[in-house]
Design a binder for this molecule. Structure first.
Ligand code: FES
Length: 374
C-alpha cells in the first residue's frame, strides 16, 4: 500500500461554503463536496463520457453529473443504487487545524460496469440489398384526424415511383413519433453531445431513434418533405434538425463522418412564399451532415404572396400530374446518384477541414480524455 500523501487543498471554512466544487490538486481533477459537516472527495471525471462531476449538484449524498445525470456517492464514489458496479475513484479526506487534507495516494480504483452499446452505435456499413429510399414527412398533423397535406402527397408519389422500380422504401412521419426536443447538451460541452444522441441513449420512450436508424444506417437516399410555415420549414423539421446536431457534432469533435455515400432531396410546398429561403436552409443543414445532392435537389410549389385561398392550393397540388411527376423524378435523381456513390465509395470517413473545422478547433478536453491518473 502506498504511503499516504496528505495534501492541503484549502481552508475548511472557505471550502465549506459550497456543497460541491471542482478543483485541481497535483494535476488531478477532483470533485470536493461538503454536506452535514463532512467533506467528500471523488474524481471529477464521470464514468459515462467524462462529464465534470464537480460542476454538477448534490442529490442527497450523491454527486449528480451535469451532463447526463449519472450519480456517484460523494464520499465512496460508488454509483447510485442499482449501479453500484460503476464507481469513480474516492479519496480519504480530513480536517486538521482548519485545513482540508486529501490523501492523494490512496484513491480507490475506477470501476466501469460494462454497458451494452446502444444499437445505433454499431459500425456503419451498408447492409447488402436493393437500393433504399427513406421519406421523412415533417408536416405537423393530428394523426387521429388526418388531413390532406400537399407535401405528404408529393412525398407519397416520390416513394411510390421508386418502389415501382425495385427500390425499398420507408416512410417516417414525424407527427406520428413521440420525441423530445434537443435539450442543449452541446451547450454544456461539445463532449456532452454524443452519438447516439444522449436523449436516445437515456430515454427508451423517445422515438427519434427511427429517424437516426433510417438516416445513418438504413437509407441510401432520403427525401424530406415540408410545408412552409411563416417562410420557414415546419416546426417538426426544426425539432428533428436540432436533434441531428449529434450527427454533425461527431464530425466536428471526433472527425467521424456518419453519413457517407448518401443523397438527400427535398419537397417543399407552401401556400405563399419563400421557397428558395426554405430550400437553402435545408440544403445547408443536410450538406453539413454529409449528404450529397443530385442536380436540382428539390421540387416545390407555392401560389404566391397574394393567395389566401388555401383550399384552392390543396386542390391544385392534389390534382397536379406535373407536381406528382416532378416528385417522382426527384426521387429517381436521388436514387441514380446514390447508386453511383455506392459504386464509387469515395466519400471520406473522416474530414479534417470541413465546415466549421476550416479553423482548427479549440475546445476543452473531456476530463476522461485528459490523460489524468486516477
Ligand atoms: S452522465 Fe456524466 S458524462 Fe454523461
Amino acid at each position: 500500500m502506498a504511503e499516504p500523501n496528505w495534501t492541503d487543498v484549502g481552508a475548511a471554512d472557505d471550502l465549506a461554503q459550497s456543497p460541491l466544487r471542482r478543483m485541481t490538486v497535483n494535476g488531478r481533477e477532483l470533485a470536493l463536496s461538503y454536506k452535514d459537516g463532512a467533506f467528500g472527495v471523488v474524481s471529477n471525471a464521470c464514468n459515462h463520457v467524462g462529464g465534470p462531476l464537480g460542476d454538477g449538484h448534490l442529490d442527497g449524498d450523491y454527486v449528480t453529473c451535469p451532463w447526463h445525470s449519472w450519480k456517484f456517492h460523494r464520499c465512496t464514489g460508488i454509483g447510485e443504487p442499482g449501479f453500484e458496479e460503476d464507481t469513480v475513484p474516492a479519496y480519504p479526506v480530513k480536517v486538521e487545524s482548519g485545513r482540508v487534507l486529501v490523501d492523494m495516494a490512496s484513491g480507490t480504483r475506477r470501476k466501469r460496469k460494462p454497458h451494452a452499446p446502444h444499437p445505433l452505435a454499431r459500425k456503419i456499413e451498408r447492409a447488402p440489398g436493393p437500393i433504399r429510399l427513406a421519406g421523412i414527412s415533417t408536416s405537423p398533423m393530428d394523426e387521429k384526424n388526418p388531413r390532406f397535406s400537399g407535401s405528404d402527397h408529393l412525398l407519397d408519389h416520390a416513394l411510390k415511383t421508386c418502389g415501382a422500380h425495385g427500390v425499398e422504401t420507408r416512410l417516417i412521419r414525424l407527427s406520428a413519433l413521440s420525441f423530445r426536443s434537443c435539450e442543449g447538451y452541446y451547450s454544456k460541452s461539445a463532449h456532452a453531445c454524443t452519438w447516439p444522441c444522449s436523449i436516445t441513449q437515456m430515454d427508451p420512450q423517445d422515438e427519434l431513434d427511427r429517424v437516426y436508424e433510417a438516416l445513418v444506417h438504413w437509407a441510401d437516399a432520403v427525401i424530406v418533405a415540408t410545408p412552409i410555415r411563416w417562410g420557414a420549414a415546419s416546426s417538426l423539421y426544426f425539432k428533428m434538425a436540432e436533434r441531428l446536431n449529434c450527427v454533425q457534432n461527431a464530425i466536428t469533435i471526433r472527425n467521424q463522418v456518419l453519413i457517407r455515400n448518401k443523397v438527400a432531396g427535398f419537397i417543399i410546398v407552401g401556400g405563399q412564399d419563400n421557397i428558395q429561403g426554405v430550400a437553402g436552409q435545408m440544403l445547408g443543414f443536410f450538406a453539413e451532415l454529409g449528404f450529397i445532392f443530385p442536380q436540382f435537389p428539390f421540387v416545390a410549389h407555392s401560389r404566391g404572396w397574394s393567395r389566401e385561398d388555401m383550399e384552392r392550393n390543396v386542390e391544385i397540388v392534389r390534382d397536379s400530374e406535373d407536381l406528382a411527376e416532378g416528385a417522382g423524378e426527384l426521387a429517381r435523381r436521388c436514387i441514380d446518384l446514390a447508386k453511383h456513390l455506392i459504386a464509387q465509395d469515395e466519400a471520406p470517413s473522416a474530414i479534417e477541414r470541413g465546415g466549421r473545422k476550416a479553423h482548427a478547433l479549440e475546445m476543452e478536453k473531456s476530463p476522461s480524455t485528459a490523460g489524468q491518473p486516477d
